[in-house]
Design a binder for this molecule. Structure first.
Ligand code: ADP
Ligand code: MG
Length: 642
């Protein structure tokens, strides 16, 4: 390092870290001390990002290369001073950028991570790895860090220093600082390993082999007594490239091992775990592009929020990194997929707006969607256990695809899994194809019920008649299911029918007398139905005798196209006006409670209590909530003690 730094040291300004940085630092240092190695991957990945940014900006402004277009990342160690230096000749950082990037928590993902953990909570290293610990991971191994940087095209250079104890200083650096960034880490007592060249080399090979720029290391110091080398200037170190330095996706599949793909996945995704699957393809013809897509094993901690700021699919054009383009190139319901797409045909100066309008991009998106679906289908077909892992992590996300991706709806439906009335637990799931294969003799439609919660679904009164006839029903018990079911009309030529809505025609299921029986029962119960209609007034649309109940006294039914009660309540809860569709009360005249009601006919107050109670019970069985729970309890108690 130049001695100018000491001359200007008196101009150093000290700044406090943003409060959250300190928190991130503590978390990183304490959660990752047994995963120290990852710091190198993070810093090399930053150096590689910096080279990619420069290459990208130089498309519009070649002068930024300052005549030096060979981009590289150099590692050097000095055992005497216990320093490890990581240097790149990429884009560099201005003074403001040093302050902003290395002094605050700039990333919204990190923000949310902080918000999501309680103060003092012990954090899982896997979890923290998933949000990309980034630059601050250097403090796992270093007790002091100096970052000297000159932004491409700028004359001024700056040095940022910190010991990670709440503040950092910034001072100007020598004007002959080369373009790019150099990090000097003073290694902690327990991090001496990283002074050993073999250790660094092996880490680079493991984690950063396929970084697209050469990662170079100073060759072992030449023997000082050697006459040939003595004449060389001490500055002119010799470097050897220790990584492959070629973009992995450009290499033929046959040359790549599973380990290569796994390491590359970790490099692009910052995930600690291996990917669940990947697919690597080259398309030639009208459009030429290469894609390498991965499925992660589990959802990152902030996954449920990330619908609107998707990341993970990197767009390259002719090997040059252009931007994160997940939003333009993958549908939202596949946002768990990550990787790289490299196009030969898109213009290098493409903008986000242009991407949005481009027919070419639309076609690439279509192709990538198919690739991801292929990959998921293959797991579903060949590796059921893996598919369970996948479904646990991303099943709810896939369901969005039923609504979102009309072109691939049938394929998405094929991938769905649901428990049924025959499942012992919510985890015992079947596909629609399995369900169809088990359909009883005369059954022509696929029956399902949506409810908020597993128990509500499983014990739903409306399933009683179907259960009694041995008819299997899919139990859609997750929040999203009710919304999704609005887009689910048909699969493999079979109608999907919500048994909670409309009337079910049990005749179709082989019970030829069912209609007659129902008509007779309705005739017999006509006075009872009238009594209830009068008592319930405008709380219900209608009252009728049910053919779906066996054990329960009553249930609430909606007309086929009415919005479900769950959805109505959900909309109310977020302050939206919901079209209030009134339910129909269906009763089981054989039930003891209805017999009691009939018997109480002469006492209007009691009739009112019974009627209201029936209605409220049915509402509760739906998983719904009551308008006036206290009145409900009072009513119930009157009937219990009376
Ligand atoms: P991330 O890489 O996820 O953005 P980091 O904590 O690793 O987060 O880095 C923070 C920011 O610091 C980067 O976004 C980048 O702007 C800047 N930075 C870090 N290292 C370098 C480097 N070697 N060259 C240029 N900028 C860098
Ligand atoms: Mg980073």
């Amino acid at each position: 390092m130049s001695t100018d730094a000491t001359e200007t040291a008196q101009q150093a300004e000290t700044h406090a870290f943003q409060a959250d940085v300190q928190q991130v630092l503590q978390l990183v240092i304490h959660s990752l001390y047994s995963n120290k190695d990852i710091f190198l991957r993070e810093l090399v990945s930053n150096a590689s990002d910096a080279c990619e940014k420069l290459r990208f900006e130089a498309i519009a402004e070649p002068a930024l290369l300052e005549g030096g277009g060979d981009l590289a990342i150099d590692l050097a160690v000095d055992a005497d001073t216990r320093t490890l230096t990581i240097r790149d000749n990429g884009i560099g950082m201005s003074r403001d950028e040093l302050m902003q990037n290395l002094g605050t928590v700039a990333h919204s993902g990190t923000r949310r991570f902080l918000d999501s953990i309680a103060a003092g909570q012990k954090v899982d290293a896997q979890l923290i790895g998933q949000f990309g610990v980034g630059f601050y991971s250097a403090f796992i191994v270093a007790d002091s860090i100096a970052v000297t940087s000159r932004r491409a095209g700028h004359d001024d250079a700056w040095t940022w220093r910190s010991t990670g104890d709440g503040q950092f200083s910034i001072e100007s650096a020598s004007a002959d600082t080369p373009r790019g960034t150099s990090l000097q880490l003073h290694l902690r007592e327990d991090a001496g390993d990283y002074l050993q060249a073999w250790k660094l080399k092996s880490l680079v090979r493991t984690y950063s082999d396929h970084v697209g720029f050469p990662i170079r290391m100073a060759k072992p110091a030449a023997n000082a007594d050697d006459d040939d080398t003595e004449t060389k200037a001490p500055e002119a170190e010799e470097f050897e490239t220790v990584n492959q330095a070629s973009a992995l996706w450009t290499r033929p599949k046959t040359e790549l091992s599973d380990d290569d793909y796994k390491a590359f996945y970790k490099h692009v995704s910052h995930d600690f775990s291996d990917p669940l699957a990947w697919t690597h393809n080259r398309v030639e013809g009208n459009q030429n592009f290469t894609s390498l897509l991965f499925l992660p094993e589990r959802a990152p901690f902030n996954f449920q929020y990330s619908r609107d700021e998707r990341k993970g699919l990197k767009l390259y054009i002719k090997r040059i990194f252009i931007m994160d383009a997940a939003e333009q190139m993958l549908p939202a319901y596949l946002r768990f997929a990550s990787g790289v797409v490299d196009s030969d045909d898109l213009p290098l100066n493409v903008s986000r707006e242009l991407l949005q309008e481009s027919r070419q991009v639309e076609r690439i998106k279509g192709a990538l969607t198919k690739r991801v679906l292929d990959m998921i289908e293959k797991i579903a077909r060949d590796e059921p256990e893996k598919y369970t892992t996948f479904w646990d992590a991303f099943g709810a996300t896939m369901k969005e695809g039923v609504a979102e991706d009309t072109a691939n709806r049938e394929r998405v439906l094929k991938l769905l899994r649901f428990p049924t009335t025959r499942s012992a637990s919510a985890d015992e799931r079947v596909s629609l194809d399995d369900y169809i294969a088990r359909m009883a003799g005369l059954q022509e439609e696929i029956y399902y019920i949506t409810a908020d919660g597993w128990n509500t679904a499983r014990n739903h009164p409306k399933l009683e008649a179907l259960k009694a006839r041995g008819i299997e029903v899919l139990l859609m018990h997750e929040r999203i299911d009710d919304w999704m079911s609005g887009y689910m009309h048909e699969y493999a030529g079979k109608t999907l029918r919500n048994v909670a809505k409309g009337e079910i025609d049990l005749d179709k299921l082989g019970d030829a007398q069912d209609k007659e029986k129902l008509e007779e029962a309705a005739k017999a119960a006509a006075p009872l139905v009238d009594t209830l209609k009068t008592a319930l007034g405008d709380r219900v649309k209608d009252v009728r005798v049910s053919n779906r109940l066996v054990d329960s006294a009553a249930c609430l039914v909606l007309d086929e196209y009415d919005m479900s009660l769950q959805m109505q309540q959900l909309m109310k809860s977020i302050g939206q006006e919901a079209p209030a569709s009134k339910p129909i009360l269906e009763i089981n005249p054989e039930h003891a409670l209805l017999k009691r009601l009939q018997a109480a006919d002469t006492d209007p107050a009691r009739v009112e209590d019974y009627a209201a109670l029936l209605f409220e019970q049915a509402m509760l069985a739906e998983g719904g909530s009551l308008d006036d729970p206290t009145a409900f309890i009072a009513r119930m108690n009157r009937l219990l003690v009376g």
